[in-house]
Ligand binder design. Structure first.
Ligand SMILES: NC(=O)c1ccc[n+]([C@@H]2O[C@H](COP(=O)([O-])OP(=O)(O)OC[C@H]3O[C@@H](n4cnc5c(N)ncnc54)[C@H](OP(=O)(O)O)[C@@H]3O)[C@@H](O)[C@H]2O)c1
Length: 264
């Protein structure tokens, strides 16, 4: 699996998103994804599925050090004490000693960022998180977090697909030495019926979802599509054996609109 390097971290380019995956279905999807070759799983305290993610990891038989696990602390837990408790709860549920990446899930304007970033960096110093980063941070927040952090921030996870324009956030994230992870990278399944993506897909023998994911990874953006279906686990990771032309990249970029966000 290809990786993206940022501030000392090496993050596998394709991961499995797990929002909305619960119980047995979650453990099964994680196990199957790892057996298929995925090496990166994205979860969060807020998803309520960390125990099942851990279960899937153990059932896969893949070594712990071969898999990159990300979890996140929810925005109601950004006071230092809550942050630490949430992180330790996540580890207990995952049954892991550390995660590979710990993210502030969503900023909370009523809690000083200094306190939260301090707690985040403490988790890295204590070895509970190998790397730390942020999610849903805009340009101003990225710059503020970087200024406050005493440990390298390696990643900003943001909503990103062909329908929204995150050019400025991506530029600021990269300027800070951080990589970008695209969440909802297939626009929650909406790309499936897209005429342009389907047309381009036909030329490459790929589906619209594969063209969409290729469009992102071809810009060195990490993707974490979620699926509960076996055939789509394979489809969503089978995107490294073709290349979009500069003209195709440009056509896809033109799908973006300023109000194209679905989640955030
Ligand atoms: N940091 C944050 O604030 C944040 C916010 C949202 C999401 N995330 C993370 O990002 C991950 C991905 O985002 P997401 O779950 O919102 O959306 P997504 O991955 O863009 O789309 C998932 C949806 O698309 C369907 N799908 C999957 N593969 C497909 C394919 N090849 N063709 C057609 N449909 C397909 C899935 O249905 P089936 O399951 O039936 O295949 C599901 O309904 C999440 O699971 C979560 O880990 C993070």
């Amino acid at each position: 699996m290809q990786t993206i390097e940022s501030n000392g971290a090496r993050i596998p380019l394709i991961g499995l998103g797990t929002w909305d995956l619960r119980g047995r279905a979650c453990a099964r999807a994680v196990e199957e994804a790892l057996r298929l070759g995925y090496r990166h799983i994205d979860t969060a305290a807020m998803y309520g599925n960390e125990a099942e993610v851990g279960e899937g990891l153990r059932a896969s038989g893949i070594g712990r050090d071969e898999v990159f696990i990300t979890t996140k602390v929810w925005s109601s837990d950004l006071r230092a004490r809550d942050f630490e408790r949430s992180t330790r709860d996540s580890l207990r549920k995952l049954r892991l000693e550390s995660v590979d990446l710990l993210l502030i899930h969503w900023p909370n304007p009523s809690i000083p960022l200094k306190e939260t970033v301090g707690a985040l960096c403490k988790m890295k110093r204590e070895g509970v998180a190998r790397h730390v980063g942020v999610s849903n941070f805009n340009t101003a927040l990225i710059e503020e977090a970087k200024r406050l952090a005493t440990e390298p921030l390696v990643n900003n996870q943001i909503e990103l697909h062909p329908y929204n324009d995150q050019t400025r956030t991506i530029a600021t994230t990269r300027k800070a030495g951080m990589s970008v992870t695209a969440y909802s990278p297939i626009a929650r399944g909406r790309v499936k019926g897209d005429a342009l993506l389907s047309k381009i897909g036909k030329a490459h023998g790929k589906t619209a979802a594969q063209v969409c994911l290729r469009y992102l990874v071809q810009q060195d953006i990490i993707v974490i599509p979620k699926t509960s279906r076996s055939e789509r686990l394979k489809e969503n990771s089978d995107i490294l054996d073709f290349k979009l032309t500069p003209a195709e990249m440009k056509e896809i970029a033109a799908l973006a609109s300023p109000h194209g966000n679905i989640v955030s």
